[in-house]
Design a protein around this ligand. Structure first.
Ligand SMILES: C[S@@+](CC[C@H](N)C(=O)[O-])C[C@H]1O[C@@H](n2cnc3c(N)ncnc32)[C@H](O)[C@@H]1O
Ligand SMILES: [Zn+2]
Length: 162
């Protein structure tokens, strides 16, 4: 891929977290749609096959269909994960959107939590740099458990102010 690509509110370029990432071109308001996550529509059987092959770009759109975002016409596939995310994914009328969960300043990297569960996180060490990062890409509800399992990987919890 080229060095930089601008799509709507986002510029895609090298990231300190990993490879390519998406960055806000200008201020993005909390609650607004940032970019659509598009891909190849497929049924659940095909989706399961691709997930079992290690495809991390699959998104569920409803009970019947998923999409595989690992296509070159889906720049949103470059968006990295963070444990201090400023965005999330939302399915609206069977379309997947990356939505801002807080105001994102120009130049800030856009991230969401990939929300991996306890069966898959171990293949995905996290390099987000957040002070409370448990060391792996895993859903927040599992952070305490993952910290317990891998005390060497997590950053120490920040002490509460007295
Ligand atoms: C959907 S891609 C994101 C785009 C990726 N940066 C790239 O250049 O291909 C997902 C992959 O990016 C990497 N990645 C994303 N967020 C990361 C993070 N917080 N720490 C380490 N690797 C990350 C992992 O290899 C993950 O499997
Ligand atoms: Zn992290």
């Amino acid at each position: 891929m080229e060095e930089e690509l601008i799509v709507g509110k986002v510029i895609f370029r090298r990231s300190n977290i990993h490879g390519m990432g998406g960055f806000a071109l200008k201020t993005i308001r909390k609650g607004s749609r940032i970019i659509e996550y598009v891909g190849e529509k497929m049924d659940k059987k095909e989706s399961l096959r691709r997930c079992e092959d290690g495809n991390v770009y699959v998104f569920e759109i409803n009970d019947e269909w998923d999409i595989d975002g690992s296509v070159d016409w889906n720049p949103a596939r470059w968006i990295n994960q963070s444990c201090s995310a400023n965005a999330e994914t939302d399915v609206i009328k069977n379309r997947v959107w990356i939505m801002a969960t807080r105001t994102i300043r120009a130049g800030e990297e856009i991230t969401y939590n990939y929300n991996f569960d306890l069966s898959e996180y171990e293949d995905y060490p996290c390099n987000c740099g957040a002070p409370h990062c448990p060391g792996f890409m895993v859903a927040e509800e599992h952070w305490d458990e993952v910290r317990r399992r891998h005390p060497d990987k997590a950053k120490p919890k920040a002490k509460k102010a007295a």
